[in-house]
Design a protein around this ligand. Structure first.
Ligand code: NDP
Length: 450
């Protein structure tokens, strides 16, 4: 596949040292050969070169004052990747690991994920290397206000609508929204993930985790299986992980693990959801405190991970839900999951599995739902929040959840029918990549060379 190597070489030259971005592009392009061979128009219009080059990349200085009166400086990003299908839409990530390569990989994935939802949204991503951990509320507020002082001129309800991601929840969205309103004088749906009393949507908080479980149910149903009575592993303990755990209990499964950046919990009787929410949504505590409430569980700190690998993936399970961060599950982890009988992976996180892990899942023929399909419930529900804001109404939780259920089923059917169309039934990586690429590419061709 010379075109994949050529594209990665060009990306290396024009945007050096962005390894996560090359990884995401390589995974997508490697799936496209059957489409490119069938239909020459994508090469004729040079869609690949146009698709991997963001429409616009904004980087800016975010200066703010900490509680000691010192001036701090972080780097801000907003990459408006592709608007062929609608206004730019995608989250903001606040984490010290953020740099151009991370935001670019997330933006590229977002374009294709948003296309899969069937909704009219383009793709973008943004964020900063600011670390909200250990900062006071006032420091987070001053950072968010400074971030918005630049961002506001690039966004708007029909232009670009940011949302949350790692490190950005309702608190950060509130500070960002307040500053946008102050700068523009407008109360409008410019951000999603807002609190309910000022424009948020019921069901948005739960959407990504619930959606990842719905996606697993749809994959399994095609094989005559269900999650009921099954043991599952979940990684992470943030927004996506918490609501994956919640939905797993609702469908009769037992989630037995969670993790954070300091370690992992294994609780064979089942993760206690109330304790998890208390620690992570109220106290902002490390998972090690879980043992205070449930001494029968076990906690392994990162420093004790054997060979540096998270032991979570070696816990026997029927289904796994990687819901923390990129590249958290490698080939050895995949081997351990398969060896212990895991037959279903539904990715709540973005790009949690390495190329080596994905190759093993596909070779084993298990149900494998790649992130851009399985975790699209979050952005889909963000679009439902935009629709409610635009028409000044608020739907019930049941209304939003039933739309989410239908959207996840639509994504599953689109990916699986496309995989079948191209002679690889069950390969949802190929199905999701071709279906989303084709949709964006066709719109780009319709709209001319811009
Ligand atoms: P949160 O910030 O709420 O939680 C992130 C979780 O992952 C925390 O438990 C965090 O631990 C852990 N984590 C983050 N970075 C690392 C790391 N480098 N190593 C180990 N653990 C880490 O984020 P979300 O739950 O919102 O996001 C999780 C994943 O889901 C991300 O990949 C995100 O892009 C993806 N996603 C999120 C959506 C959403 O709606 N929120 C939508 C679609 C995808 P700690 O708290 O200790 O840092």
């Amino acid at each position: 596949m010379q075109y994949v190597a050529d594209t990665i070489a060009k990306l290396n030259r024009t945007g050096p040292a962005q390894i996560e971005y090359y990884q995401a592009v390589e995974e997508v392009l490697s799936s496209l050969t059957p489409l490119l061979e069938r239909d020459p128009k994508y090469r004729k219009h040079n869609i690949i070169d146009r698709m991997v080059e963001p429409e616009r990349q904004i980087t800016f200085r975010v200066a703010w004052i900490d509680d000691q009166g010192n001036v701090q400086v972080n780097k801000g990003y907003r990459i408006e990747f592709n608007s062929a299908l609608g206004p730019y839409k995608g989250g903001l990530r606040l984490h010290p690991s953020v740099y151009g390569g991370i935001i670019k990989f997330l933006g590229f994935e977002q374009v294709l994920k948003n296309a899969l939802t069937g909704l009219a949204i383009g793709g973008a991503k943004g964020g900063s290397d600011f670390d909200p951990k250990g900062k006071s509320n006032n420091e987070v507020m001053r950072f968010c206000q400074s971030f918005m002082n630049e961002l506001y001129r690039h966004i708007g309800p029909t232009i670009d609508i940011p949302a949350g991601d790692i490190g950005v929840g309702a608190r950060e969205i509130g500070y960002l929204f307040g500053q946008y309103k102050r700068l523009t004088g407008r109360f409008e749906g410019v951000l999603t993930g807002k609190k309910l009393s000022w424009g948020g949507s019921l069901g948005r908080t739960e959407a990504t985790g619930y959606g990842a479980v719905y996606f697993a149910q749809d994959m399994l149903a095609d094989r005559g299986e269900t999650l009921e009575g099954k043991t599952c592993v979940v990684s992470g303990s943030g927004n996506v992980a918490i609501y994956t755990v919640e939905k797993l209990y609702q469908v009769g499964a037992t989630p037995v693990t969670v993790s954070d950046s300091s370690g992992m919990i294994h609780h064979p009787q089942g993760i206690n959801l109330a304790t998890l929410k208390l620690l992570k949504e109220v106290e902002g505590a490390s998972l090690s405190s879980y043992l205070v409430h449930h001494p029968e569980a076990s906690y392994t700190p990162v420093s004790a991970y054997p060979d540096g690998r998270n032991p979570l993936w070696s816990v026997p399970c029927f289904a796994a839900f990687p819901s923390a961060t990129q590249n958290e599950l490698n080939a050895a982890d995949a081997e351990a999951l398969l060896h212990n009988g895991c037959i279903c992976i539904s990715e709540g996180a973005n790009m949690p599995s390495t190329h080596g892990a994905i190759a093993q899942f596909l070779a084993a023929g298990i149900c494998y739902g790649p992130g851009k399909a399985a975790n699209a419930g979050g952005v889909a529900t963000s679009q439902l929040e935009m629709a409610q804001n635009a028409s000044m109404v608020q739907w019930t939780f049941e209304e939003v959840d039933s739309r989410l259920r239908n959207i996840m089923n639509h994504i599953y059917r689109t990916a699986s029918e496309t995989a079948r169309e191209f002679g690889q039934p069950g390969n949802l990586v190929l199905g999701a990549n071709i279906a989303s690429f084709r949709k964006v590419a066709d719109a780009m061709i319709d709209q001319g060379v811009v």
